[in-house]
Design a protein around this ligand. Structure first.
Ligand code: ATP
Length: 247
């Protein structure tokens, strides 16, 4: 079976990431690894620095110190759109779609970010596949503005996947999804990992993390408090104290 995913795999590595807002160290020296074929979760209470770390990984902001590696390549100084072209895609906590464009055209924007030469026919195929993956065919021609939050969340995901990423960063992908949509999300993300994609997600829902993630990093006050296999980290008293206690 073919999907919007590609066969080329890559790991995402962060080393010693530091990011400051003025004098505040929002990310205070974080190392992490998102390997191919695995779902890695990043958890932590509000304000822990998860979104800021994501921004550093995706290239929306540049860290004050540390390095971001995609495969063997140092991308720390590359802008976000250049990282997308190298196969690093992301979705946002605040849904970001073009409201006046149709659902399909929103997904096509992602398909056109594909690595390699522009190819309209291949982009159309990738768009159709990504729409199908999330069951969005029926609303493909409708304006994004008319869709409920859950559908827009799936549109964002489809757009990210249509670009054929090797590494996918997901910021609270299940927020706003109903039970059926969440079940579909779990199946799709698992399938992508099984085909070699590296997935890193920020997620607040403990049950979803337990169900989906192979390994977990727990962040608090900009620092890692634990990292390792999901079951071990979720049972770690330091983690339950800062995360479950806060949630
Ligand atoms: P949440 O779960 O609420 O999204 P988070 O773990 O993603 O939180 P960040 O949003 O990365 O955390 O915030 C990390 C720290 O940086 C917090 O103390 C936050 O208040 C601060 N911060 C975030 N954005 C800014 C900004 N634009 N200017 C100043 N401080 C900021």
């Amino acid at each position: 079976m073919t999907t919007a995913a590609t066969t080329a795999t890559a790991r995402l590595t962060a080393r010693g990431i530091v990011y400051r807002y003025g004098g505040i160290e929002a990310v205070a020296g974080v190392d992490l690894l998102a390997p191919p074929g695995r779902i890695t979760a990043l958890i932590g209470p509000n304000g822990a620095g998860k979104s800021t770390l994501f921004d550093c990984l995706a290239g929306t902001v540049r860290p004050d110190a540390g390095r971001v590696l995609l495969g063997g390549r140092d991308v720390t100084r590359l802008a976000a759109h250049r990282r997308v072209r190298l196969g690093l895609a992301r979705t946002f906590q605040q849904i970001a779609v073009f409201p006046t464009l149709s659902v399909a055209d929103n997904v096509r924007v992602g398909a056109e970010q594909h690595r390699g030469r522009p190819d309209p026919r291949a982009a159309a195929e990738r768009t159709a596949r990504a729409l199908g993956l999330f069951g969005l065919q029926d609303v493909a021609a409708e304006p994004a503005a008319e869709q409920p939050t859950g559908v827009l969340r799936l549109v964002e995901l489809a757009r990210a996947l249509a670009g054929g990423p090797r590494v996918l960063l997901l910021d609270e992908p299940a927020a706003g999804l109903d039970t059926a949509q969440t079940a579909r999300l779990v199946t799709v993300l698992r399938g992508l990992a099984d085909r070699g994609m590296a997935l890193l997600l920020v997620e607040h829902d403990a049950e979803l993390v337990a169900e989906l993630a192979d390994s977990v990093y727990a962040l608090a006050d900009g620092r890692l408090v634990a990292g390792g296999p999901t079951r071990t980290v979720l049972a770690d008293p330091r983690v339950t104290r800062v995360w479950r206690g806060a949630g």
